[in-house]
Write a protein of this length. Structure first.
Length: 353
């Protein structure tokens, strides 16, 4: 079961979170900082960077990684020579190099937020929650001041070990999601940020995912506790509004019901438990899964497979794949409304290491 090629550029893509390093700068389009061939879902689009942005040989612990992807641009953790300040190319903006974040503890906890008031203001931030302390630390790079700053934030959430699995920009805030615990949110643009907290809908990023779909936060879970037959269920919960503390169950279906559909058999997929990949950014009833060599989408309303193709990622191995290795990227208008060739270089944010 393959998707028909689109007649126009897609409005969103599945973006691999690990970028490919090409052999030489000459392998990129002339004058390009980066290269990206946009592929319609369920194929995976891969970002390509030149050796000058990542001169070391990539390893399992050191590789160029896309940390955030939304219509405002991309946040890429690279390995170029240390920057002394933001480097901005002439308009229209294409690439900014942000100085080395000496205080950052874990690159996976970083994300990018465009100022809700518009313009070109942005912030890159990491929230660090330390067990046993009554305050937390928010490390921010703000485009207004062009440097990293530390903000001390009162801790108003439960004390426990906090390990974010994903960071999402939504409704003028950043949301750090621990899939076994809940979500912590704050506005990094605020002079005195305050934390908000919400429990996850009732562990692993192979069987849970949180993301934006149709403008709302959605939580997808695979579980057994609601079906008397013991069959594995797939459920989608919705946060009704950004200030809500409870989630609403919107879609629910069992894996055996999906396996029994004709579309599943037509796709040639085995009746095995898949790994959650992502939720469709525009249709919260469509969820994507990894299974062996395939990435496929299921419409939970009809219990049918609507897309299925062999996928390609730079890493990891098939048996280690998880939701953190892909992003559902809603493309900026400049990429979704015009030709790919003219827009391969228009990717906005680079962070130095």
């Amino acid at each position: 079961l393959a998707s028909a090629p689109p007649s126009s550029p897609p409005s969103w893509v599945i973006l691999g979170s690990i970028a490919r390093v090409c052999a030489a700068d000459a392998d990129l389009p002339p004058g390009a900082d980066l290269s990206l061939a946009l592929a319609p879902s369920p194929r995976v689009s891969l970002l390509t960077v030149p050796p000058r942005l990542f001169p070391d040989a990539p390893t399992a612990r050191n590789f160029p990684a896309v940390l955030a992807a939304d219509p405002s641009g991309l946040l890429l953790h690279a390995n170029q020579v240390r920057a002394t300040g933001p480097l901005v190319t002439p308009p229209p903006p294409s690439t900014f190099a942000i100085p080395e974040p000496k205080l950052i503890s874990e690159r996976a906890f970083l994300s990018l937020l465009l100022h809700p008031g518009g313009g070109h203001r942005y912030v890159v931030a990491e929230l660090r929650l330390v067990v046993g302390r009554d305050h937390t630390y928010l490390y921010c790079f703000c485009s207004d001041v062009s440097e990293w700053v530390e903000k001390v934030v009162p801790r108003t959430i439960p004390h426990r070990l906090w390990v974010p699995d994903a960071v999402i920009a939504h409704h003028g805030r950043l949301w750090w999601a621990d899939l076994s615990f809940g979500l912590v949110t704050c506005d990094p643009f605020a002079d005195a940020p305050a934390l908000g907290y919400g429990e996850a809908a009732r562990v692993l990023d192979r069987y849970r995912v949180v993301g934006l779909s149709a403008g709302k936060l959605r939580f997808v879970d695979m579980y057994r506790n609601r079906d008397p037959r013991g069959a594995l269920q797939v459920g989608v919960w919705t946060q009704p509004d950004p200030d809500a503390t409870e989630w609403t169950l919107e879609h629910q279906v069992s894996l055996p019901d999906i396996w029994a559909d004709r579309s599943y058999k037509a796709a040639g997929l085995p009746m095995k438990i898949p790994v959650l990949a992502l939720i469709h950014p525009k249709d919260p009833a469509v969820v994507y899964f990894f299974l062996k060599d395939h990435l496929f989408g299921v419409d939970l309303r009809s219990r049918s497979v609507v897309e299925c193709e062999v996928y390609e990622l730079v890493a990891p191995d098939r048996n280690l794949v998880a939701t953190r290795f892909v992003h559902a990227w809603e493309l900026p208008p400049s990429l979704s409304s015009s030709s790919v060739d003219n827009n391969e270089r228009r990717l906005k944010y680079i962070i130095g290491r």
